[in-house]
Design a binder for this molecule. Structure first.
Ligand code: PEP
Ligand code: MG
Length: 902
């Protein structure tokens, strides 16, 4: 407040000053603590240092002017409110220092608890706790341990080791068996470790502890694991974290204290009920780290009914307030409930759909908001198969189904080995006792994660759910021996490299590989499950939300398909036409020989013969597809083969010819082929004789295809069907190319269709940058444009589609040059700009010009939003991505003020 009055930048907010909508500034945790404070819930007092302070610190390397004084002022008012002073030897205030970014990054950044303890105030803390010396010394050793590890980079194992030594000297495995004297001894040992590694004594001045802890939280924004997590979750790198300084409350004051995590609905399935874990006589990090096994939250009812009832009341209130699944962290200090955190909780893909549907039923949100709360990536995940189980497969262990899905793979025990084997293309299951944030690399590389400790809320579970990765945690029948690279379970020994299968929904673990079965969501799309008549809440909700998306969307969704089977499936999945039928695929297999004849033809006659042989085959191809699509538009692209994909490889052919010659065989034909391959060999086939160029060079090739298309359409119509062909010319860079093809095509079409009523559109792909930049001219000769974003990206960036992703994209991603491959998600600034220009100039030249996209980006969720915004008419993608594109097109069309669905 003083800051505002003096016109200085405000970097620190009391909890009473913020609210849930200030996540950018206060981070998720700070904003929600403020919201709960203002709702009158029991939140320990505290204040939040803004993300702006963090950003200023990270850019300049020092705390911004005014921050120290603002912290001092807020600390003083916190001390007044609590009636205790930081570091007071008689009655000390202790605080926690917690990170909290806009988007939750569980376990990725730092927290330091018990700040304010030193050799004197530890005595005061004991007095405060009614003479509980054990508690005071345990709190002090936790501070030195956390502070040492996170603030001063003292290796954590050293502290663990000292703790283990004291426990084994006492002959116990349980921390709770250590008494105050043991813990006092441990504090001495920890201080020595601290001094050895830092070259200084453990800081006794509480304000110094606080400042260093705040700085460590700022720094942790750029910790390696945090950077990796952000990249994985596509969280922008420049947001910074806020820091929350909160008066400590203690869950480790005895059996009437404890700490827990709760969800207002099951984050795994979305089912209503009470879900959570509780651990008596413990501090928060014990739960999240999965160090001790928790009990189900329901058991709290027996332990402390008053707190339990109060907690349920608060949970209901929060859910009504946030209108969404909330997750909660709480602590009970001697029978008094404190709320330490809430947020709109992460959930599985299935739960996201189910909960959105439930909240609509409960009247808390409308269908637009429900649509906003799910996304295409989740839907795609639900279209994955699950295990197919029968009596042959008996689970050897059952843990907690922490993140659903089904995964089989070779067992590995370290993150490094997971990364190594995954790079060799192996499916791996990362098995750990419990994971810690440093395992993130291995978790990303693995197909699934299996741990013997921990619950639904332990780090492994939270991170895996966020990534959509199958995870079973807390399978405590497993005896995991990491150094020996094996685990044992029920008399079986499983070594590194053996295959196991894990079911992230049921928590079951199987030896060997278990076959999988399709998802019910796919069955629904396939029409095998009636959404009106099933008790499957997921299918009902998917149906309802998809129906709403279809009603809301402006973009049409077509599919890329070149067989009748694909076309039929895509229609079942909701495709409204074919946006790209790649005809070059029709020239492979046993037709290759005809293509070779065409390429090797000596003179017109041989070439025409080869084309004449191809014509009926092509006509039959198109008839099949037109029939499947039954009157929906079908864009047939004239052949676009990069020649290297069509001709036999030069080296192999040369060897074959040489061997045959050696044997004295007749090799005239092979020699001719070899000569042709040599003649046509290209250094850069992707930039060579392909697309329209080939059509202009080989007389009669495009003409044959145009005739086949027109004849197929007429045949279908004569049979009483409907056909709406759209002929698309590939790789056009100049209007003259298109005009030449068009003139010939129009002549053939007029001749074939006669009075059949068939109408054929002629358009072009826009996939060469020059075409985008001269779209105004090209539109004069095109009735539609379809953006070939694969080639447009290739040529826009100058990135070879065939080479770069494997060669160096990892480095570009690491350097943050782009956050995701531009072949996967459209580069809106560069390639996107070409699309905008072409769309605008094309439509200016020809109002009503039909615009679509048929590159891979047509099924990418983020790209779909961009295509909506640019004003395209449709996107076209592979059949399995059609539902994803429908959903995202719906989401793009609605505007809502609701929460971010990340
Ligand atoms: C494209 O380039 O985006 C496209 C759809 O064509 P192809 O992938 O067949 O080159
Ligand atoms: Mg292309």
């Amino acid at each position: 407040m003083e800051a505002q009055e003096s016109g200085e930048h405000k970097y620190v907010y009391d909890f009473a000053e913020g609210n849930k909508d200030l996540k950018d500034l206060l981070g998720g945790k700070g904003a929600n603590l403020a919201e709960m404070t203002n709702l009158g819930l029991p939140v320990p007092p505290g204040f939040t240092i803004t993300t702006e302070a963090c950003k200023a610190y990270l850019t300049t390397g020092r705390e911004p002017d005014g921050l120290a004084a603002q912290i001092e002022a807020h600390l003083e008012s916190l001390e007044r409110e609590m009636g205790r002073r930081l570091g007071d030897p008689d009655d000390p205030l202790l605080v926690s220092v917690r990170s909290g970014a806009k988007f939750s990054m569980p376990g990725m950044m730092e927290t330091v608890l018990n700040v304010g303890l030193n050799d004197h105030s530890v005595v005061g803390l004991s007095a405060q706790s009614g003479g509980n010396d054990r508690f005071a010394w345990d709190s002090y050793r936790r501070l030195i341990q956390m502070f040492g590890k996170t603030v001063c980079e003292v290796p954590g194992e050293e502290f663990e080791h000292a703790l283990d030594e004291i426990k084994s000297a006492k002959g116990t495995h349980n921390d709770l068996d250590l008494n105050a004297d043991d813990l006092r001894g441990l504090v001495d040992a920890y201080k020595k470790i601290f001094a050895k590694h830092t070259g200084r004594e453990f800081p006794q001045e509480p304000r110094e502890q606080l400042d260093l802890a705040i700085r460590a939280v700022f720094d942790s924004w750029n910790a390696e694991r945090a950077i990796l997590y952000r990249r994985q979750e596509r969280i922008p790198a420049d947001l910074g974290t806020a820091v929350n300084v909160v008066a400590m409350v203690f869950g480790n004051l005895g059996p009437d204290s404890g700490t827990g995590v709760a969800f207002t609905r099951d984050p795994g399935s979305g089912a209503q009920g009470i879900y959570g874990d509780y651990l008596a006589n413990a501090q928060g990090e014990d739960v999240v780290a999965g160090i001790r096994n928790t009990v189900p939250l329901q058991e709290l009812e027996q332990l402390d009914k008053t707190s339990y009832d109060q907690l349920l009341g608060i949970m209901a209130r929060l859910e009504g307030h946030y209108k969404d699944l909330c997750d909660i962290e709480f602590t009970i200090e001697r029978g008094k409930l404190w709320m330490l955190q809430t947020r709109v909780g992460k959930r599985t893909a299935a739960a996201a759909f189910v909960i959105a549907g439930q909240l609509v039923d409960e009247g808390l949100i409308d269908l637009d908001e429900a649509l906003h709360r799910v996304n295409g990536a989740q839907l795609a995940q639900l279209m994955f198969p699950r295990f197919q189980l029968d009596h042959e497969f008996e689970a050897v262990a059952k843990g907690i189904g922490a993140s659903p899905g089904a995964a089989s793979g070779k067992v590995v025990f370290t993150s490094a080995r997971a990364v190594e084997l995954a790079a060799e293309g192996e499916a791996v299951i990362l098995v750990r006792r419990e994971t810690n944030p440093d395992d993130l690399n291995g978790m990303i590389a693995a197909k699934g994660i299996l741990t013997s400790r921990g619950g639904k809320t332990s780090h492994a579970a939270v991170v895996a759910r966020g990534m959509g990765k199958t995870c079973v945690s807390g399978a405590d029948e497993l005896d995991v021996n990491v150094p020996a690279k094996r685990f044992t379970v029920g008399g079986h020994v499983v070594n590194e490299g053996d295959v196991v299968s894990i079911d992230g929904t049921t928590g079951k673990v199987y030896l060997g590989e278990v076959p999988v079965m399709p998802s019910e969501v796919v069955q629904y799309f396939e029409g095998e499950l009636d959404p009106e008549n099933t008790d499957d809440a997921l299918v009902r909700s998917v149906h309802r939300i998809m129906t709403h998306a279809d009603a809301a969307r402006r973009l049409r969704v077509r599919t890329n398909a070149d067989t009748g089977t694909d076309a039929a499936r895509a229609r079942r999945f909701g495709a409204e036409g074919i946006g790209l039928c790649r005809t070059e695929h029709m020239f492979l297999g046993d037709r290759r020989e005809l293509v070779e004849r065409l390429i090797l033809a000596h003179g017109d006659r041989e070439r025409e013969d080869a084309l004449a042989a191809l014509l009926p085959l092509q006509r039959a191809d198109f008839i099949e597809i037109f029939r499947e699509m039954d009157g929906l538009p079908v864009t047939v692209r004239l052949i676009d083969p990069p020649l290297h994909e069509f001709l036999p490889p030069l080296e192999q052919l040369a060897v074959n010819v040489a061997v045959a010659q050696e044997r004295g065989e007749d090799v005239a034909k092979e020699e001719a082929l070899l000569a042709a391959v040599r003649r046509m060999h290209e250094e850069n086939p992707m930039l060579g004789l392909r697309g329209v160029r080939l059509g202009l060079v080989i007389p009669g090739l495009f003409a044959m295809q145009v005739r086949a298309i027109a004849e197929a359409a007429v045949a279908v119509v004569r049979d009483g069907g409907k056909a709406c062909p759209e002929i698309m010319v590939p790789l056009v860079g100049a209007v003259q190319e298109l005009e030449t093809v068009r003139a010939e095509a129009e002549r053939i079409i007029a001749e074939v269709v006669g009075d059949s009523g068939v109408e054929v559109l002629i358009g072009t792909m826009i996939e060469v940058p020059r075409a985008a930049l001269t779209a105004g001219q090209i539109a004069e000769a095109a009735e539609f444009f379809s953006f070939g974003t694969n080639d447009l990206t290739q040529m826009g960036w100058g990135f070879s589609r065939d080479d770069v992703e494997g060669a160096f994209f990892w480095r570009y991603l690491e350097l943050g040059i782009f956050g995701i491959s531009p072949f996967e998600s459209i580069d809106t600034d560069g390639v996107g700009r070409l699309i905008r220009i072409a769309a605008e100039e094309g439509r200016a030249a020809r109002p009503g010009l039909k615009l679509g996209v048929c590159g891979e980006h047509g099924g990418d969720p983020d790209s779909v939003h961009f295509f909506h915004e640019v004003g395209l008419d449709y996107v076209s993608c592979s059949p399995f991505r059609v539902p994803v594109a429908r959903l995202e097109a719906g989401r793009a069309a609605i505007t809502t003020t609701g929460s971010d669905s990340r």
